[in-house]
Design a protein around this ligand. Structure first.
Ligand code: NAP
Length: 316
């Protein structure tokens, strides 16, 4: 094992699923974090990463000596792979969304806790300074208005990914859950789903757009809404407006920038995955797990309460 910065042995990590996010973020962030050393991968594709590559998690877990595993597959297969890894004694980092159902999440949480291993179930959008600052400013405040506008091009961000259109693939809630992970982090009081309009292409199983109304758990008449749309052309928008009696906050660019009453107070580069791996190393050192199902619960509630309608067939 390689020695890391503070003369400790680096955490030997395997990565499962070398798709878009593994290549864009996980592999580069592991490479530049001296607390980790990439030791193996599981992939159906050829790779020249200089580490053994296996066809299945079972083969990797049987052959490679690993301290930790990052699971970067689509959510539908994540729980079974996670349990295989925990059984073999690996700490786990899970991509979002953690599981396709609430009951799988509850089961995984219980098994993670019983395993004695660290399970870090990530929500990458929470790892922004502007999000932390918004949370600080909203603590103890009464929110009068919340509006989420999360509109992006599925063609640009999920090219050719068919799993997003399959049951359990989340559709527009795959990006939308990132917004909900911020909402559940920063709101001073929880919100419930009041109603949802869910729009699905006539030739696909999962939604391409959703309009949601929330209500505050503590009552009141605050106007709390969200719009998710995957058909956005031109400028992409990942914005959250939050008004209180005294201030108007606006998180933009996916939570990397914060404006307060129109003035930019935080504008930090996006280093979500650098922060995630720093946090994972800390959690492993302290033996603590982190799992929070609240964004997943809101998505499930939208699906339970949603009024459904069809729209034009989807074409890549
Ligand atoms: P992706 O490009 O489709 O990659 C997923 C990879 O997982 C595939 O390339 C494949 O790896 C493996 N895989 C696919 N189906 C599998 C199955 N049935 N069993 C085992 N492995 C399977 O998807 P992605 O965009 O990277 O997204 C993966 C996860 O990361 C999703 O939960 C997504 O929400 C999250 N995420 C994505 C982004 C993004 O920008 N795309 C950003 C943040 C988080 P091999 O090709 O190596 O076999």
């Amino acid at each position: 094992a390689r020695k890391c910065g503070r003369d400790q042995v680096a955490i030997s990590i395997g990565v499962i699923g070398l798709g878009k996010i593994a290549q864009d973020q996980h592999l580069p962030c592991i490479a530049k974090n001296s607390d980790f050393k990439l030791a193996a991968v599981v992939s159906s594709r050829p790779s020249d990463l200089g580490v053994p590559s296996f066809k299945t998690p079972a083969e990797m877990l049987a052959s490679a000596k690993l301290d930790a595993v990052a699971i970067c597959t689509p959510p539908s297969v994540r729980r079974n792979i996670a349990l295989e890894c925990l059984t073999k004694g690996a700490h786990l980092l899970l991509e979002k969304p953690p599981t396709p159902t609430i009951s799988e999440f509850a089961d995984l949480k219980a098994k993670a806790s019983a395993s004695g291993k660290v399970v870090f179930q990530t929500w990458h959008s929470r790892f922004n300074k502007a999000v932390a600052e918004a949370k600080r400013l909203l603590a103890g405040q009464k929110v009068t208005r919340l509006h989420v506008s999360w509109k992006e091009s599925v063609w640009q961000w999920h090219p050719g990914q068919e799993w997003i259109w399959e049951p359990g693939g989340f559709g527009v809630f795959d990006p939308g859950i990132n917004a909900l992970s911020i909402v559940t982090e920063i709101m001073p009081e929880p919100v419930f789903v009041d109603s949802a309009d869910i729009i699905t292409p006539s030739n696909r199983f999962t939604p391409i757009a959703a309009n949601i109304k929330f209500r505050a758990a503590n009552g009141g008449d605050a106007c709390l809404t969200a719009e998710f749309d995957w058909r956005q052309k031109g400028e992409q928008s990942w914005n959250i407006d939050i008004d209180t009696a005294s201030h108007k906050l606006k998180l933009t660019h996916g939570g990397t920038r914060l404006l307060v009453d129109g003035f930019e107070t935080v504008a930090a580069p996006s280093e979500e995955y650098e922060e995630i791996y720093t946090r994972f190393a800390e959690l492993i050192k302290t033996g603590k797990s982190e799992m929070d199902g609240s964004p997943l619960e809101l998505v499930a509630d939208c699906m339970m309460l949603g009024r459904r309608s069809d729209t034009d067939p989807f074409v890549w």
